[in-house]
Design a protein around this ligand. Structure first.
Ligand SMILES: Cc1ncc(COP(=O)(O)O)c(C=O)c1O
Length: 376
C-alpha cells in the first residue's frame, strides 16, 4: 500500500521547531507568556486589526463573542446552514436557538437574498436575531458589503467566523476585519496550525479585554482568586503560540502552495464532464485552504461517493463537503430558509487533498484515481 495522502495535514518546519524550543528553554510552559503576546501582535499586524486575544480554539472564540453580544437563552441567532458544526454549537452553548440560512452558488457562503428573506420573515413574526454569524467557507470570504449592510438595516451584530480564511481577502480587505469581531482557527487541519487554537480579533479594545478576562476564569484583579461572574478556561498556551508564530511567518508560502494545488487539479480535472470547482467570485481572493470539487451525477456518469471510496481504496483521504446543519439530526427542529443549494453541495461535493506540503507525485496519484472513475 502506498503512503497515505491526508486531506490537510500540519506542515511545520525549522522555524516552528526553533521557536518552540525557545519557549521551552525560557520555562514559559504554563499558559500565557511572551509567545502568546507576540502571536497576538503579529496576527493583528498581518490583518490590520488592532486588538486580539489568543484562545484554545475558534469554538471558544465564537462562544465568547456571543456571550459578549448578550446572547442568552431564548434568543435566536442567524447562522449559515453550510458550515462546520462549531459555528452552531457556540449558539447552543448560550442556550440560544440557531436559525439557518442557505448558501448561494456564487461563493458557497450565506446567500444575501435568502438572508434578507429570513430577516423579513422573522420581523413579520416579531423576532429579530440577536446576532448573525457569517461563516467564511473553505477559505473564501462571504459577500460582506451586502451582508453587513443588511444586518445594519436590522441593527443586528455580525460576528465573522473566519476559522478557515486567515490570509484570504474580500475585495481589498483581509478576512478577519469584518463585523464586531472575527474568529480564526488554528486547529490541526487549518492553513496554519498550533495543533489546536484560535484567536478573536476586533477593532474594539474593550470587547477583546472582556473576552481575555472571561477566557481566564473571569479572574478579578486581586492577589487571591476573586470572582464575580462565570468564566472559562479558554486561553492558548505559550508553547502552542510559539508554533503559531512560526506558522504565521510561512503563511504567504502556504497560500501559494495551496493555490498551486487548485491550479494543478484544475489543469488535470476541469475538462472532465460534470466536474466543477468551488466558484471564486471577482470580489474574492481565497487562501485556497481546501480544493473542493462538485460532481454532477447525471452528467458525469459517476458521483462523489464513488470517487471518495476509490480514493480511500488507494489510501487517499478526501471528505464530503459539509452536511448542512438543517439536515443534522441535532438541529432537525430548527427553522431554515432555503436549503437546496447546501443539500446539493453535500450530495455532490468533495474536498480533495490540499496540504501545503502536497508533492507533484501525490497530486498525480489523486488525479489518476479521480480520472479513472470518469472513464469506467
Ligand atoms: C467554519 C468553522 N468554524 C469554526 C471551526 C472551529 O474551529 P476550532 O476547531 O478551532 O474550534 C471550524 C473548524 O474547522 C470551522 O471550519
Amino acid at each position: 500500500m502506498e503512503q497515505r495522502i491526508y486531506l490537510s495535514p500540519p506542515h511545520v518546519g525549522p522555524v516552528e521547531r526553533r521557536l518552540l524550543l525557545e519557549a521551552l528553554d525560557s520555562n514559559w510552559i504554563a499558559p500565557l507568556g511572551p509567545m502568546v503576546d507576540a502571536f497576538e501582535r503579529e496576527v493583528c499586524e498581518r490583518i490590520g486589526v488592532p486588538y486580539a486575544v489568543a484562545l484554545s480554539s475558534a469554538t471558544a472564540g465564537l462562544h465568547l463573542c456571543l456571550v459578549e453580544s448578550g446572547v442568552v437563552a431564548g434568543d435566536i441567532v442567524l447562522v449559515p446552514t453550510f458550515t462546520f458544526i462549531a459555528t452552531v454549537n457556540a449558539v447552543r452553548y448560550c442556550g440560544a436557538t440557531p436559525v439557518f440560512v442557505d448558501c448561494d452558488g456564487i461563493s458557497w457562503n450565506a446567500d444575501p437574498a435568502v438572508a434578507r428573506n429570513s430577516f423579513e420573515d422573522l420581523a413579520a413574526i416579531g423576532r429579530t436575531p440577536k446576532a448573525f454569524i457569517v461563516a467564511d467557507c473553505y477559505g473564501q470570504c462571504a459577500d460582506y458589503d451586502t451582508l453587513l449592510s443588511l444586518a445594519a438595516e436590522y441593527s443586528v451584530t455580525v460576528i465573522e467566523d473566519a476559522a478557515s480564511t486567515l490570509g484570504a481577502r474580500y475585495r481589498a480587505r483581509p478576512a478577519g476585519s469584518f463585523g464586531k469581531a472575527a474568529v480564526f482557527s488554528f486547529n490541526g487541519n487549518k492553513i496554519i496550525t498550533t495543533s489546536g487554537g484560535g484567536m478573536v480579533v476586533s477593532e474594539d479594545a474593550r470587547l477583546i479585554e472582556r473576552i481575555r478576562y472571561l477566557a481566564t476564569q473571569a479572574r478579578q484583579a486581586a492577589t487571591h482568586y476573586e470572582h464575580t461572574e462565570i468564566g472559562y478556561n479558554y486561553r492558548l498556551s505559550n508553547l502552542l503560540a510559539s508554533v503559531g508564530r512560526g506558522q504565521l511567518m510561512g503563511l504567504d508560502d502556504k497560500i501559494v502552495a495551496r493555490r498551486r494545488n487548485r491550479e494543478l487539479y484544475e489543469g488535470e480535472l476541469q475538462h472532465l464532464p460534470g466536474l466543477s470547482f468551488m466558484p471564486i467570485p471577482d470580489w474574492s481572493q481565497p487562501n485556497h485552504w481546501l480544493t473542493c470539487i462538485v460532481v454532477d451525477p447525471v452528467v458525469s456518469g459517476t458521483d462523489r461517493e464513488r470517487i471518495r471510496v476509490a480514493l480511500e481504496a488507494e489510501n487517499i483521504e478526501s471528505r464530503p463537503l459539509w452536511k448542512p446543519m438543517h439536515r443534522q439530526p441535532l438541529f432537525a427542529s430548527c427553522r431554515v430558509y432555503g436549503g437546496r443549494e447546501s443539500e446539493r453541495l453535500f450530495r455532490d461535493g468533495l474536498c480533495l487533498p490540499s496540504g501545503s506540503g502536497l508533492t507533484t507525485e501525490e497530486h498525480a496519484r489523486v488525479c489518476e484515481v479521480v480520472r479513472r472513475e470518469f472513464y469506467k
